[in-house]
Design a protein around this ligand. Structure first.
Ligand code: GUN
Ligand code: FE
Length: 437
C-alpha cells in the first residue's frame, strides 16, 4: 500500500478503543465493517456501506466473511525456546536446567541461531502477533540474528541480550564489564532502527550477581529510552532461592529496585506469588506485568491474581512465554487467562472484550506504543485477518453466533494458527512470510 493510495479493507471488525476493565461499551464491533488505510495508518473505521460511500476512490480489499482484529502484542516470549515447547513433567528450575538451558546453549552456533530466528519470527506472524517484547539469547551473535530477521521481515520487536553471571551453565554466563560493553554495542546498532528497540534483559535475579544488576541499572541511566524486562515472582522455589541469594532484600521486587530497574519502561513477567507491598510499588513505578497464563499452568507455577493487580492499579498485558508457554497464540493465552480466572474464588470475570484488550491495546500500552493496539483513526495499521478453515468447528460455531461478542468468544476459544490468513504491520501485508518450509 503506497502512501497517498487509500485501501478499504472489508471484514467483520473488532477492537477495544476503550479499557473494558474501567469503561462500559469498550468493545467496538462492525459485523459488515471496513477499515480505510492510508500508507502506514488507519484513517477510518466503521460500517462498510458508509465508508464505501465516503472513500469511493479507495482500492477494495479484504473479505466480508473474515474477521479483522488489531495485531496481537506478545509482551513476553523467548526466542531460543521454540523447540522446547511441550517439555512436560518439570517445574521451573528443573525445566530450565534439564530442557531449556541446554537448548539455549545451542545458540552459540550462529547458523543454528539464524535458522531459529527465522522460525521464531515466522511463528509470531503465523499466530497474528505483530509486536513482541522478546527475551533474546545469551550470545551476541544470536541476538543480532534475531534483530536482522525481524528487520528483514518488518516485525515490531523489542528485545535484548539475556544477561546472567551465575547458576545457569558456564557457557551462558557473562561478566559485568563484558555485559556493559556488549549491550552498548547492541543498543547503538539496533535501538530505534527499523521497527526495533532494545530492552535490557537480565534473566532473573537468581542468575544475576549484584554487580551485574548494577551495570544493568547504569545502562538504563545511560540510555534512558531503552526498555527493561525480566522475570519476577514466578515459582515458589525460585522465590525462596532469590530470598537466600539477596538476604538484604525485603522481597523479590527489591532485588531489582535497589539497582534502579523498576520504572515506567519495565516489564516483569509472571508475578504469580506477589506480596501486597510489591504490587503497590509496581503501580507507583508505572511498571507493567506480563501475565503468561499457559506458562503458569504448564510449568505449574500457580494461578495469577488479576484481581489484586487491578485493585492496586498495576498495568497487565498478555505474554505467551514460549517455551514455558504452550504456543505463540495470544488467542489461546486469552482463553487460558479466562480459565485461570474462572478457577479462582476471587477471579475476575472476563469476557471477550477483556481478552481482546489484554491481547492488543493493553500490550501496546505496556510497551509504551500508544500508536498501536486498536483500530482507531491515526493508529498504525497493524492487523490480523482471521478466517476459519472450511469445515472446521470454528466455522460452524461462528455461523451460529448470536452476537459479535459471541463470535469474538468463539475466536478466542477455537481460532489458532490455521485461521490466521493475513497479517499487516504498518499497512504492509506480511502474508508472504507466513508460509515457508
Ligand atoms: N525464569 C528465568 N528464565 C526463565 C525462562 O526461560 N522461562 C520462564 N518461564 N521463567 C524463567
Ligand atoms: Fe519467561
Amino acid at each position: 500500500m503506497l502512501r497517498g493510495m487509500l485501501t478499504l479493507l472489508r471484514a467483520r471488525l473488532f477492537h477495544t478503543p476503550k479499557n473494558p476493565f474501567t469503561e462500559a461499551g469498550a468493545l467496538e464491533a462492525f459485523s459488515d465493517g471496513a477499515l480505510v488505510i492510508d500508507g502506514e495508518r488507519i484513517v477510518a473505521v466503521g460500517d462498510a456501506a458508509t465508508l464505501r460511500g465516503r472513500y469511493q476512490s479507495a482500492a477494495l480489499a479484504g473479505d466480508p466473511e473474515s474477521y479483522l482484529l488489531p495485531g496481537f502484542v506478545d509482551t513476553h516470549v523467548h526466542y531460543p525456546q521454540v523447540r522446547v515447547i511441550g517439555a512436560m513433567g518439570l517445574t521451573l528450575l528443573d525445566w530450565l536446567r534439564e530442557r531449556t538451558l541446554p537448548e539455549e546453549a545451542r545458540l552459540a552456533d550462529l547458523a543454528y541461531a539464524r535458522a531459529l530466528a527465522a522460525r521464531f519470527v515466522r511463528a509470531l506472524l503465523r499466530n497474528g502477533t505483530t509486536t513482541a517484547l522478546v527475551f533474546g539469547s545469551h550470545f551476541p551473535g544470536a541476538q543480532e540474528a534475531l534483530f536482522e530477521e525481524a528487520e528483514r521481515v518488518g516485525l515490531r520487536l523489542t528485545s535484548g541480550l539475556v544477561l546472567a553471571d551465575r547458576l545457569l551453565r558456564p557457557e551462558l554466563h557473562t561478566d559485568p564489564e563484558t555485559a556493559y560493553r556488549t549491550c552498548e554495542t547492541l543498543i547503538s546498532r539496533w535501538h530505534g532502527r527499523s521497527r526495533l528497540r532494545y530492552a535490557l534483559t537480565p534473566r532473573f535475579a537468581l542468575s544475576c550477581s549484584d554487580a551485574l544488576l548494577e551495570v544493568t541499572g547504569a545502562l538504563l541511566r545511560a540510555y534512558p529510552d531503552v526498555w527493561f524486562q525480566t522475570h519476577l515472582n514466578e515459582s515458589r522455589d525460585e522465590i525462596r532461592t532469590v530470598a537466600e541469594l539477596f538476604p538484604w532484600a525485603e522481597d523479590y521486587l527489591a532485588t531489582y529496585e535497589r539497582f534502579g530497574l523498576v520504572g515506567a519502561r519495565s516489564v516483569f513477567a509472571h508475578n504469580v506469588h506477589v506480596r501486597e507491598g510489591e504490587l503497590r510499588r509496581l503501580a507507583a513505578a508505572g511498571s507493567a506485568v506480563a501475565h503468561c497464563p499457559s506458562s503458569n499452568m504448564f510449568i505449574g507455577s500457580g494461578l495469577f491474581s488479576l484481581r489484586r493487580h487491578l485493585a492496586c492499579g498495576v498495568r497487565v498485558a498478555l505474554g505467551s512465554d514460549v517455551g514455558g508457554g504452550t504456543g505463540f497464540s495470544l488467542l489461546k493465552e486469552g482463553l487460558m487467562a479466562y480459565q485461570g480466572q474462572m478457577l479462582q474464588p476471587d477471579g475476575v470475570p472476563l469476557g471477550p472484550a477483556h481478552l481482546l484488550y489484554l491481547a492488543t491495546r493493553a500490550g501496546a500500552l505496556a510497551l509504551g506504543q500508544e500508536a498501536l493496539g486498536d483500530l482507531s483513526p491515526g493508529r498504525q495499521a497493524d492487523l490480523v485477518l482471521l478466517k476459519p478453515p472450511p469445515g472446521s468447528t470454528l466455522e460452524e460455531v461462528l455461523r451460529h453466533s448470536p452476537s459479535p461478542e459471541a463470535s469474538l468468544g468463539a475466536l478466542f476459544t477455537l481460532a489458532r494458527e490455521e485461521s490466521v490468513r493475513d497479517v499487516w504491520v504498518a499497512g504492509v501485508s506480511l502474508r508472504a512470510h507466513l508460509a515457508g518450509g
